[in-house]
Design a protein around this ligand. Structure first.
Ligand SMILES: [Zn+2]
Length: 316
């Protein structure tokens, strides 16, 4: 198969690109209005290139036949037959995949994990996105909603999560957690936290953002460094459980924390080594930094569009 289109449907914009079999992106298009303009965005690209299939990555639960968005919290989609609808308009095959799965596939096929068959990809942004590739296949589960790694419980009765449960991993190891802890320290009257605010150029703790903290940490601010180390610690704790479940060759970490990634990766690895069960008696995965940046989901979705649908369920 030649060119395919990858589309990454985010909360506030849609990014599309024409992708070759080697994962390189040719033409690109970005639209501001989400949800309703997916067919439009793809159609404008198809008109200009010989495209054979479309892959769409969307945040939410996607059915195991890769055609329907069961639930997308940010897009108000409920049982939305996205793939079927877009395929009807464009008259070429369309597959839909969860955005974090698509990003994991991008890193697996063309990025940091291109030389391994078993990997876990964690995207640390506002929340935590996760994808698992096992023996060269994306793990989807019985209903297509597997590998929601950010909602793995790490603290029973802990912080309330947007998913309705308490103590999810993304409440402790994401950008949102970083900001919550940074503000809490500043509000506690800590002198080190006051110094961090001044490094960030603000006086009100409510103005503190994740990128401010990662930049301050990268510049060596002691409070920001501690916050990043705490985040890395939580990341490593969760990854130890994830490695226990999936036994990956490689764990790839990506997302918006890249300004301070070495700090984060170091403390994540220390906590991981400390908490991995039977650590002296098993091979440990290597840690890698994501290589495709914001394009991982788009490239991964485009490549998944080349691959046949999962085998039908067995008949009894
Ligand atoms: Zn949750």
């Amino acid at each position: 198969m030649g060119l395919t289109i990858g589309i990454d449907v985010g909360g506030t914009k849609i990014a599309a690109g024409v992708v070759g079999p080697d994962g390189t992106i040719g033409a690109r298009a970005v639209r501001d209005t989400p949800a309703n303009s997916v067919d439009d965005t793809a159609a404008s690209q198809i008109a200009a290139h010989e495209v054979e299939a479309v892959g769409i990555g969307a945040a939410g639960f996607v059915s195991s036949d890769r055609s329907t968005v069961l639930f997308a919290p940010n897009l108000a989609w409920r049982d939305e037959p996205l793939g079927t609808r877009v395929a009807k308009v464009l008259k070429i095959p369309v597959v839909v995949e969860n955005d974090a799965n698509a990003a994991a596939w991008g890193e697996f096929a063309f990025g940091a994990a291109k030389d391994v068959e078993d990997m876990v990809c964690i995207t640390v942004g506002t929340g935590i996105g996760g994808g698992v590739v096992n023996d060269g296949e994306l793990l989807r589960g019985a209903n297509g909603v597997a590998a929601e790694l950010g909602h793995m419980r790490v603290v029973p009765g802990g912080h309330l999560c947007g998913c309705g449960a308490r103590g999810c991993w993304e409440q402790y190891a994401s950008g949102r957690a970083l900001v919550r802890e940074g503000r809490a320290r500043a509000e506690s009257g800590s002198l080190l936290a006051a110094q961090m605010l001044s490094v960030c150029g603000i006086t009100d703790p409510a103005e503190l953002t994740g990128p401010m903290i990662t930049q301050a940490a990268a510049a060596g601010d002691p409070c920001a460094v501690e916050l990043l180390e705490d985040l890395g610690h939580w990341l490593g704790e969760g990854l130890a459980s994830i490695a226990t479940l999936f036994d990956p060759t490689m764990i790839v970490i990506g997302g918006g924390v890249s300004a301070a990634k070495h700090l984060l990766m170091k403390s994540a690895q220390v906590a991981f080594e400390r908490n991995l069960p039977a650590k002296a008696n098993r091979p440990h995965p290597t840690f890698g930094v994501a290589e495709l940046g914001n394009d991982a989901g788009l490239i991964g979705a485009a490549d998944l569009a080349r691959r046949p649908a999962p085998a039908p369920e067995k008949t009894r």
